[in-house]
Design a protein around this ligand. Structure first.
Ligand code: NAD
Length: 264
């Protein structure tokens, strides 16, 4: 589905980013596996992707650092010739009640989750514009997929930095989509619900925690990284060529206000 396309996934040595990088490779794309720490796990992802007969390499970069993001995309253009798909996935949490949240905790989450996505989107957009549409490759000049969260919509006590970063991603994504659509660049987001990854182990790793979590998920199961990977592959493909500026919630219905199923 993505044969001949070149994709970069940030935060691709763990969780959703890892599954997405592998999913894009399986769909035929060459993939840059970005990571900030843990070169062994990044190398394992590369190995799995090259097993599909496509190209891949790992690239260490902190997405919140402008020079590192620029260098990462420059190297990709050198090695792969261009970029067609940018998945701005890297993200983290630094949780605390607001009265205990330090400025450093606030700033770190905004820097990685929001500014990092801005830098990745900007650098990809420059290359998309330089190259334009190559009809044999894709109907669009490039795709940017922002990994947002249901918390761009659902307020989240104790996580004001994280929820604010994802609210920012939502408006950034829509604004970029509006700005770049005339250049045939599609900008969209995925809003995962609760997905089993290291970012939220405490929310699902014990039977009681999982039971509590399931009260928030009408579809009755916690998501897997592959649920998000499949959505990312679809969103990146020409099957979704007319989809511009949307957040695809992949959340088992978490954004349907499940409390209202029996109340209200
Ligand atoms: P994860 O902790 O498994 O993966 C996060 C990845 O981002 C890791 O590879 C980490 O090293 C990387 N990263 C962190 N800071 C970075 C930096 N400065 N530069 C480059 N990479 C960096 O967590 P995950 O659940 O896979 O999260 C991936 C994305 O999905 C995040 O944006 C997260 O907010 C979002 N998300 C996750 C869930 C969920 O339930 N797991 C729900 C909604 C949204």
């Amino acid at each position: 589905m993505l044969k001949g396309q070149k994709a970069l996934v940030t935060g691709a040595n763990s969780g959703i980013g890892k599954a997405t990088a592998i999913g894009l490779g399986r769909a035929g794309a060459d993939v840059v596996v970005n990571y900030v720490a843990g070169s062994e796990s990044a190398d394992e992802v590369v190995k799995e992707i090259t097993g599909f007969g496509v190209r891949a390499y790992a690239h260490e970069a902190d997405v919140s650092q402008e020079d590192q993001v620029t260098a990462m995309v420059d190297r990709m253009v050198e090695e792969f010739g261009t970029i067609d798909i940018m998945v701005a996935n890297a993200g983290l949490q630094r949780d605390a009640p607001v009265t205990e949240m330090t400025l450093a905790q606030w700033q770190k989450v905004i820097d990685v989750n929001l500014t990092g996505q801005f830098l990745c989107a900007r650098e990809a957009a420059k290359e998309f514009m330089r190259r334009g549409v190559v009809p044999e490759v894709s109907r669009s000049a490039g795709k940017i997929i922002c990994m947002s969260s249901v918390h761009q919509l659902i307020p989240w006590a104790g996580h004001v930095n994280y929820a604010s970063s994802k609210g920012g991603v939502h408006m950034m994504m829509q604004t970029l989509a509006q700005e770049l659509a005339p250049r045939k660049i599609r900008v969209n987001a995925i809003g995962p619900g609760a997905i089993k990854t290291p970012i939220n182990t405490s929310a699902w790793s014990t039977p009681q925690a999982e039971k509590d979590l399931l009260t928030l998920i009408p579809y009755g199961r916690v998501g897997d990284p592959e649920d998000i990977a499949r959505a990312a592959v679809a969103l990146a493909s020409d099957l979704m060529d007319y989809v511009v500026g949307v957040t695809l919630y992949v959340d088992g219905g978490m954004t349907l206000f499940p409390g209202f199923a029996t109340g209200g």
